[in-house]
Design a protein around this ligand. Sequence first.
Ligand SMILES: [Zn+2]
Length: 292
Amino acid sequence: MPVCPVQPEAFLTVLVFVWGACVGSFLNVCIYRIPAGMSVVTPRSHCPRCRAMIAWYDNIPLFSFLWLGARCRHCKTSITARYFGVELLTAVLFLAVWLKVGFGSGAPPLGLAPVNALRLIPIYWLVVSGLVLATFVDLDHMIIPDRISLGGIVAGIGLSALVPALHGAETVWPALLRAGAGAAIGFLSLWAIAWFGRLLFKKEAMGFGDVKLMSALGAFFGGYAVFFILLMSSLVGSVIGVVLIALQRKRLRARIPFGPFLALAAVLWILWGPVWWEWYVNLLLPPEMTTF
Ligand SMILES: [Zn+2]
């Protein structure tokens, strides 16, 4: 039998990267259109300056941006590098989720937490896409639209019923219970922080969109994930906040959107969560109590 020159795993991995870039290209459209209340399907994309329709061959993710030298083919207006950045970021995140499968040798690279069911991969891709979307809309407009956050709660509970493995469960009811509890814990924890924040600082410390986004993450990943995401996002958020103030990029009382930090922490949970959780529990409990 002739040996195939390309390993099927390598081929699939390249395909996943390309697929991620395509999804990133669609997310660019969503980031622009969803806050404006526009349809994400029609009309076709056009140049915001000269209104010329963008042909399919000028709309190839990652490639067209480089090929056209970051300019519109017709009016030569420069295209922001963020389009390229969102496509690359989404492609890399899709790839990282895919690598959790761990081929051949068994253990995934980069210490990624192995995935316990292949069906979880498309769900992780969906969540990662939603988080990229929420991050850039929040950076642009300081809001997280309900279509993302409330949609996320509904999707999280629905997908938990469809794929109980999302919560490490075998049947529907325990998975639904964990999804519901996660959504409630997510909502209440961040709502309480927002409430105390308002009491302490006499201003809006956190938007209600963040509360709903955390609830969606709880629905997808359960209560432990909420705990991790809360700790990690506050930690990274305070460090970045202090750095921005020190560099005088933000004034002390300026509001920094919190959504991107929630999204970052959630991605870290998806990629490495169980590994960190085990480390954390080992840290807190004496060794004889940690039986997994
Ligand atoms: Zn143009």
